[in-house]
Write a new protein. Structure first.
Length: 371
């Protein structure tokens, strides 16, 4: 919105006042909700990821599980609140939904909604299954297949849009371009956690699907990395408002590491292929562990992140420590966990402060500014 204001002798006339933007000084809840974008779901990605990380700890203390449960419940409340807020935006401003999916800056964060769902599934597995009956693993199995179908569709459709209508350029490239395939890649992470509680006849298809789509995600990411590094070499760091997207590059190798190790450890012995090739499980577990080390190094080199990608990086570190039975690596994972908890608190405080100071959720300051 552009306005031309005529001021004579530094005195505002009534016409000048009428021309001023309605958002100068104060905005009501309705007007602020107009700028509630998909990027807000990075908050629930990180909070749900933190709950999963707390559950994955090897060095536990009394009350840690309770703390993790509280964080998970808080994540559920946040997810419900964010979903309600963005639904209200689309109801109050009917054209906003279409614009949110067609605006390249905002649409790249649409997958964060699905990534938040993945952390909810992981939290249900971590904190719900031990406290509930055998019905919950069945529900999670059904949810897993629905999630795979939905997120694969997101990856196909959103990339089709980016290829045909987004007008993105090499010079605007950030690892956020990986986000459309990220949710379906997390199928491998979900499979690695829910598979051990599934019967063998259900476990193996889940693991196969997890490996398949984890492979899709890491390969698409590997295709994107040369573009990203080429952009950095030729143009330097991206613009300040695009730099937060740099954190995403840590995620694919990190989550692939924990997914491969987890799925290999969950393979069903004496069932199907593994009944006739029992040594294959040990071979695959060894391959997963050493491949995980290979990918862990890439994640470490790309380590520029705040919470969510480093959740995967830290859990991968813990899984490697378990695999090698190394207390040193396990303690490293514990120290990294403490750092992530501190970082989450800092980022959450900064997020609240940004809202109060009108740095976000304000006209021209969110991902929808170019819509």
């Amino acid at each position: 919105m552009s306005l031309t204001t005529v001021v004579t002798n530094n005195t505002a006339t009534q016409a000048d006042i009428e021309r001023r933007p309605s958002w100068q000084g104060h905005l009501g809840l309705r007007d602020r909700l107009q700028h509630f974008t998909w990027a807000w779901f990075t908050l629930t990605m990180s909070t749900g990821g933190l709950a999963t990380l707390l559950h994955a700890q090897t060095h536990k203390f009394p009350g840690l599980n309770t703390i993790g449960t509280i964080v998970f419940i808080f994540d559920l409340l946040l997810f419900a609140s964010l979903t309600s807020a963005i639904t209200a935006r689309f109801i109050l401003f009917p054209r906003a939904f279409r614009k949110s999916l067609h605006n390249p800056a905002e649409s790249l964060f649409y997958p964060c909604f699905w990534l938040s769902i993945s952390t909810v599934i992981l939290g249900i597995q971590a904190y719900g299954v031990p406290a509930c009956g055998p019905w919950l693993p069945v529900v999670l199995r059904i949810i897993f297949w629905i999630y795979v179908a939905c997120t694969f569709s997101v990856a196909v459709v959103q990339y089709y849009f980016l290829f045909t209508a987004a007008n993105l350029t090499f010079h605007s490239m950030t690892p956020a371009w990986i986000l459309p395939v990220f949710p379906v890649m997390l199928s491998g992470t979900i499979a690695s956690l829910i598979a051990p509680d599934q019967p063998p006849e259900q476990r193996l298809p889940i693991i196969v699907a997890g490996v398949t789509f984890q492979g899709l995600g890491i390969l698409v990411s590997m295709i994107m990395y040369p573009i990203y590094l080429g952009h950095l070499m030729t143009d330097g760091l991206p613009a300040i408002d695009l730099r937060p997207g740099m954190f995403i590059s840590v995620g694919p190798p990190s989550f692939t590491t924990l997914a491969l190790i987890g799925m290999a450890n969950a393979l069903p012995p004496n069932y199907g292929f593994f009944a006739t090739h029992p040594i294959a499980i040990e071979v695959l577990q060894t391959m997963a562990l050493f491949t995980g080390c290979f990918l862990w190094a890439l994640g470490f080199w790309l380590w520029w992140a705040f919470v969510f990608p480093n959740v995967g990086f830290t859990i991968a570190t813990i899984d490697i420590g378990r695999g090698f039975e190394s207390e040193g690596i396990l303690w490293l994972g514990s120290v990294m966990t403490v750092l992530i908890v501190v970082t989450w608190c800092f980022v959450f405080f900064s997020h609240v402060r940004a809202v109060l100071r009108h740095k976000i959720l304000w006209p021209g300051r969110d991902e929808d500014k170019d819509a």
